[in-house]
Design a protein around this ligand. Structure first.
Ligand SMILES: Nc1ncnc2c1ncn2[C@@H]1O[C@H](COP(=O)(O)OP(=O)(O)OP(=O)(O)O)[C@@H](O)[C@H]1O
Ligand SMILES: [Mg+2]
Length: 467
């Protein structure tokens, strides 16, 4: 590998937005003093945890701390994942946020430590400054010569001007194609990247605004550039270390970034990249942007992974690690020992712990309001009240799931607003965990692999001593 390549284009992927479990979360909903607003950016309640997350975010933005770790701990459905998503949204485009579920490390294709290393490197950005030479000017004239008989490649001339000068450039086949593709015509202000030959149209020159009437409302007018035609321009882009790794690992190439099928990356590749990045940092060409690595359901990691995390956090390029779990005191995977959250004490000691609390009925109502809006479901107040009760008695998740189901039932009866009867219908159609457990307790003998009697010796029906 002669040189470390960085491809900026891979970041321009567009995502298709679907309504997911957390799509209503647009941030943490904090004010400038980091106080949680009651309802903001899709977030409701959980004020202390949100504020704490805001403080962590501030630390991340200042970029000073490396290798800090935060644990979001609390009962199921109390918004731990939601808060992590809020942090991701609040961080903005530039700071990388990588997220993974702990179970992802149990893949057959790569070792656990490789999976974790990749996750860490996805959370570390490199801001790279590059100076490129460009030609920027207003198009005066494009002349494309007719190819002579027997000659396929076209040639031509392009006249560009600034307010001070005018120059004629010779055009080759490739440039002509790009000009045609960009639909460049006289009066456009364009830039040509000298290294790649890429042409971009900035807009139409103000001087042409009068004599051109076939313009749509989208036409953008710009000033004719001043000064010289050739300019140096600084472009800044942020790529993650993982992206650089993948692009430079010869077996995969950057296409692996699209398929996600990166496989293991050789140690030497990473070493070389780290050296190169350190060199760039010294030369002032690059800066490290530590981001956030979020590992959900962290109790699924095992002792090897935890020990990896311990060490990885000590690296000075380490991102901020945010982990979440809903477990209490439980066995650490891969050992016989129990510990709080299933996390070894030495790692636990490095974590700042944010705990989340169960929601009040009022807060559940507000979250359901937001979800109805997100899912475009009209619902009467009575129905919402009932759904809130259901959410409070069973779980917030269950209530959220009923929204879509109820709206389908409502559509079937050709109504536009979900009412109590629809909620009632889906409530009996889909059982929640409590009712399901109840049902299991009653009818367990009729199911296969029924093991409950052993586990719950107190169950009176199956107690042989009583009969
Ligand atoms: N404070 C909140 N404001 C708005 N929506 C919330 C809030 N808390 C939770 N939700 C929503 O409620 C649902 C359940 O929350 P979430 O998935 O974050 O729970 P969790 O704490 O991660 O639970 P688990 O421990 O089971 O993973 C999600 O759809 C989430 O977006
Ligand atoms: Mg979760």
């Amino acid at each position: 590998m002669a040189d470390v390549r960085v491809q900026a284009e891979v970041r321009d992927l567009t995502r298709i937005e679907r309504i997911g479990a957390h799509s209503h979360i647009r941030g943490l909903g904090l004010d400038d003093a980091l106080e949680a607003r009651k309802v903001s950016q899709g977030m409701v309640g959980q004020n202390r945890a949100r504020k704490a997350a805001g403080v962590i975010l501030q630390m991340i933005k200042e970029g000073k701390i490396a290798g800090r770790a935060v644990l979001l701990a609390g009962q199921p459905g109390t918004g731990k994942t939601a808060i992590a998503m809020g942090m991701a949204k609040a961080l903005g485009e530039e700071t990388p946020f990588a997220m993974m579920a702990s179970s992802e490390i149990f893949s057959l294709e790569m070792s656990k430590t490789e999976a974790l290393t990749q996750a860490f490197r996805k959370a570390i950005g490199v801001r790279i400054k590059e100076e490129t030479e460009i030609i920027e000017g207003e198009v005066v004239e494009i002349e494309i010569d007719r190819p002579e008989a027997g000659n396929v490649s076209k040639t031509g001339k392009l006249t560009l001007k600034t307010t001070e000068m005018e120059t004629i450039y010779d055009l080759g086949q490739k440039m002509i194609e790009s000009l045609l593709k960009e639909k460049v015509s006289a009066g456009d202000v364009i830039t040509i990247d000298k290294a790649s030959g890429r042409i971009s149209r900035l807009g139409r020159s103000f001087t042409r605004s009068r004599d051109y009437d076939a313009m749509g409302p989208q036409t953008r007018f710009v000033q004719c550039p001043e000064g010289e035609l050739q300019k140096r321009k600084e472009v800044v882009h942020v790529v993650t270390l993982h992206e650089i790794d993948v692009i430079n690992s010869r077996t995969q190439g950057f296409l692996a970034l699209f398929s996600g099928d990166t496989g293991e990356i050789r140690h030497e590749v990473r070493e070389q990249i780290d050296l190169k990045v350190a060199e760039w940092r010294e030369e002032g060409k690059a800066e490290i942007v530590p981001g956030v690595l979020f590992i959900d359901e962290v109790h699924m990691l095992d002792i090897e992974c935890f020990s990896f995390l311990n060490r990885a956090l000590e690296n000075d390029m380490a991102p901020v690690l945010v982990v979440a779990t809903n477990r209490g005191i439980t066995k650490i995977r891969g050992t016989q020992y129990k510990s709080p959250h299933g996390i070894p004490i030495d790692l636990l000691d490095r974590l700042l712990i944010i705990s989340t609390e169960p929601y009040s009925e009022k807060e559940i109502r507000l979250i359901l309001d937001i979800r109805c809006e997100e899912e475009d479901v009209e619902m009467t107040d009575d129905a919402k009240e009932l759904l809130t009760k259901i959410g409070f008695e069973t779980s917030l998740r269950y209530a959220i799931q009923l929204i879509t189901a109820a709206s389908i039932v409502c559509m079937k009866r050709k109504a536009t607003e979900v009412d109590i009867e629809d909620i009632g219908k889906v409530y009996s159609m889909f059982v929640d965990v409590k009712r399901s457990t109840q049902f299991m307790m009653e009818y367990q003998e009729q199911y296969m692999y029924n093991e409950v009697p052993e586990a719950v010796p107190a169950a009176p029906a199956s107690d042989p001593m009583e009969s």
